[in-house]
Design a binder for this molecule. Structure first.
Ligand code: ZN
Length: 96
């Protein structure tokens, strides 16, 4: 079984982003999506684990409700910042 080093916070933020992205008032192009995620990640504590890919989901389930709330709050803030200063190419505005 392959053993990997993962930042659980990163996987979790991606997961939460996918769940709530439709409620975020922000462009969803790759640039903006990753900008939102990196903004949130820079404000959250990383949580590194050595695990196998198979166990990753189990580990992600260990995050509690309080942390989910924190992640949603950071993603919401991030979406506002990115929306105000989108870095995608303005000549092909995908902000719809
Ligand atoms: Zn965009």
């Amino acid at each position: 079984m392959e053993i990997v080093l993962r930042n659980l916070t990163e996987d979790y933020v991606m997961l939460v982003y996918n769940e709530i992205s439709s409620t975020l008032d922000c462009c969803k192009c790759d640039q903006c999506r990753l900008d939102v995620i990196s903004y949130a990640l820079n404000r959250l504590k990383p949580r590194y684990v050595v695990t196998s890919e198979g166990e990753l989901m189990t580990k992600l389930c260990e995050f509690d409700y309080q942390f989910e709330t924190t992640v949603i709050s950071e993603l919401t803030k991030a979406a506002k910042v990115v929306k105000a200063n989108p870095r995608h190419k303005l000549n092909k505005d995908e902000n719809k």
